[in-house]
Design a protein around this ligand. Structure first.
Ligand code: PMP
Length: 396
């Protein structure tokens, strides 16, 4: 018999979410997650994926993954430290280190568990972490897991960071202090102020940790936000995902050899969770090769981002202050934002609404993620649909 207490908990809370309009239903795709997706038999222009460079459906990656399955099967068979490390894992880590301009790298099964793994392998209850208030959920969870004191810093506010770094280091309460930030903030598309962060870190001897899930493959000729600012030898932890621009799944830390050696013996998802599959690794290796040899896809991504931003701005939409191809369209009111996204969908554009509590109250937005795989025709059609729906709903 199942627990009555559990059932009561579930019924109450599910109903509560539904009443507040916060219960998200999930759309299942009947196609690959490319620039056009199919849902419930309808084809839609897809502006919601993190497949920034279109590599998730790239023939070169598919071929590499297929060959790896033929040669090595579908599963790695064990955790990395037992015998789930294939030569392919080593090769991927070497290629990632080269790509990131660091001494070494370690791969994890996802970006999420990479943050859980890396933060808690180094920080503990005698330490403090200065964390930007808009950092990703996996950073927040990784910080919590470490049991270090979490000190929230106002978003990209360098005065606040300096003040709190000074207080934390001068208090004598902590053994180590870390500053942790997203490289690119995915809700607004703004870039972390890494030169100032690194300067403050040097002044107060802070450990630096940059989660570049949305900057890798996008900025710095593909190598990411840290490279973009020329700081490759000044940031201790460079986190990336294999799931966004790389187009596959997984996460990694790139940094000094000693740090990576430590993570290989101390980070729990590496020690206790089965490693990435042969297909994931082979496709990721191919993606890193593609990115290392050419910037063509990044150029296409940025051109598409600029084109969409210009089109929406000219129509009178508020597209915020994005510094990257991520294009938020800020509507404000939560209900209106959700209605706007729904109407776009009915007209053929799949762009998700993002509302409180993911973003501050009153700043509801429809977030557009143009990719290198979108054509000009797709973007023109998107802009025309935005115009139609925007006028109809008195947004422009
Ligand atoms: N960090 C950031 C900043 C992210 O945006 C995400 C993905 N939403 C992750 C980590 C988690 O990455 P993954 O999807 O590879 O688990």
């Amino acid at each position: 018999m199942s627990s009555n207490t559990l059932q009561q908990f579930l019924t109450t809370n599910l109903n509560d979410l539904k009443e507040k309009g916060l219960y998200n239903t999930i759309d299942s795709l009947e196609s690959a997650n490319g620039p056009i997706i199919k849902i419930d038999g309808r084809e839609l222009i897809n502006l919601s994926s993190n497949n920034y460079l279109g590599l998730a459906t790239d023939e070169r990656l598919k071929e590499a993954a297929t060959k790896a399955i033929t040669d090595f099967g579908v599963g790695a068979g064990a955790v990395r430290t037992i015998n789930g490390t294939l030569k392919l894992h080593d090769e991927l880590e070497e290629k990632l280190a080269e790509f990131k301009h660091t001494e070494a790298a370690i791969a994890y099964q996802s970006g999420f568990n990479c943050n859980m793994a890396a933060i808690s392998a180094v920080m503990d209850k005698n330490d403090a972490i200065l964390s930007d208030e808009l950092n990703h959920a996996s950073i927040i969870d990784g910080c919590r897991l470490s049991k270090a004191k979490i000190i929230r810093v106002k978003h990209s506010d360098m005065d606040d960071l300096r003040q709190k770094a000074k207080e934390a280091t001068e208090s004598g309460l902590y053994n180590k202090v870390m500053v942790i930030t997203d490289g690119v903030f995915s809700m607004d598309g703004d870039i972390a102020k890494l030169p100032e962060i690194v300067q403050i870190a040097e002044e107060f001897d802070l450990i630096t940790y940059v989660d570049d899930a949305h900057g890798s493959g996008v900025l710095g000729n593909g190598a990411g936000t840290v490279k973009h600012f020329g700081l490759s030898d000044k940031v201790d932890f460079q986190i990336g995902t294999l799931s966004k621009a790389i187009g596959v799944v997984g996460g990694y830390v790139a940094g000094k050899k000693d740090l990576i050696d430590w993570l290989k013996v101390r980070s729990r998802p590496f020690l206790f969770s089965t490693s990435l599959t042969p297909a994931d690794i082979a496709a990721s290796i191919k993606a890193v090769e593609v990115l290392s040899n050419s910037t063509e896809l990044q150029e296409k991504l940025w051109a598409n981002g600029d084109y969409l931003k210009k089109g929406l701005k000219e129509l009178g939409f508020d597209i915020g202050e994005s510094e990257t191809p991520i294009t938020p369209c800020i509507i404000g009111d939560e209900v209106k934002t959700q209605e706007f996204s729904k109407r776009l969908n009915e007209e053929g554009v799949y762009a998700k609404s993002i509302v409180f509590p993911t973003v501050p109250q009153g700043t509801g937005r429809v977030r557009n993620m143009p990719t290198a795989a979108h054509t000009k025709e797709m973007l023109d059609k998107t802009i025309a649909i935005y115009q139609k729906v925007g006028k109809e709903m008195n947004i422009i």
